[in-house]
Ligand binder design. Structure first.
Ligand code: ADE
Length: 257
């Protein structure tokens, strides 16, 4: 009888305990800038905030899932530090990067979504008097590519199609470098060298760290500009909307998990 009462009590406790996405750890969600984090943070029931290396990590529940949110900062260095901290300090089970990017593919228009299939570090290589030669050693395979998790890619793409429509949702390569690209001739190079659909400044850094630790990841980007001569004006007009669009995809993904 006593055992039965304990069992019933245990079941009752389990019924009111939130269902987490994974028993292995929370989902790490990383952004570079505040506008990329704000919609997610507004919707999170934050349980604890920890500051590590001057960066705030928010632990809590988002759409009923256990998450750790971080605005790691702009560029590959801070992105890599943020990803390593999510893995080492918070034991995240997966990592989702969300934010804005420059559209590189002819088909990727402002406010379209690109879900990473794979990423490259486009600015890694040798500089000589003859110019720049890209080095694929910056990636995780012989082609210099770092591959996102197939399950997360499909989930992100399904959410993207649901939120922005099939005509505005793409899957493909994202090129990362420590440069804001505002040059149509460099866009042509990214198309020709890597067949990239988008360019940004953090994704491949998060990808490489996640890959090294064997943590599944995906990068989701909404286009704020076309990485051409009009990129600075476009980002100031569309940056906040694009940041929210990308975050909305993450909310939808969490709902589906
Ligand atoms: N993020 C948003 N737009 C970008 C661009 N054109 N280049 C690099 N990062 C970006």
């Amino acid at each position: 009888m006593k055992t039965r009462i304990i069992a019933v009590l245990l079941l009752a406790v389990m019924a009111v305990t939130p269902v987490f996405a994974s028993e292995d750890g929370p989902i790490g969600i990383i952004t570079a800038m505040s506008n990329e984090l704000s919609l997610l943070l507004e919707n999170t029931d934050v349980k604890e905030t920890e500051t590590i290396g001057n960066v705030e990590y928010y632990e809590g529940l988002l759409q009923g899932k256990e998450v750790v949110l971080v605005k790691a900062g702009i560029g590959k260095i801070l992105a890599a530090a943020g990803a390593a901290t999510l893995i080492n300090e918070f034991d995240v089970s997966s990592i989702i990067f969300t934010g804005i990017a420059g559209g590189v593919g002819d088909e990727t228009k402002v406010l379209d979504i690109v879900v990473s299939t794979d990423l490259v570090v486009h600015d890694y290589g040798d500089i000589t008097n003859a110019g720049f030669v890209w080095d694929p050693v910056s990636g995780s395979d012989e082609y210099g590519r770092i591959y996102a998790d197939p399950g997360l890619i499909e989930l992100a793409y399904t959410s993207a199609v649901g939120v922005v429509g099939e005509e505005n949702a793409f899957k493909g390569n994202i090129a990362t470098g420590d440069q804001f690209v505002a040059s149509s001739s460099y866009v042509t190079q990214l198309q020709n060298k890597f067949d990239s659909l988008a360019c940004e400044m953090e994704g491949a850094a998060v990808a490489l760290v996640a890959d090294q630790y064997e943590v599944p990841f995906v990068v989701i980007r909404c286009m704020s500009d076309k990485a051409d001569g009009g990129a600075h004006e476009s980002i100031s007009n569309f940056g906040d909307i694009a940041a929210d669009n990308s975050a909305s995809i993450v909310l939808d993904m969490l709902n589906r998990m």
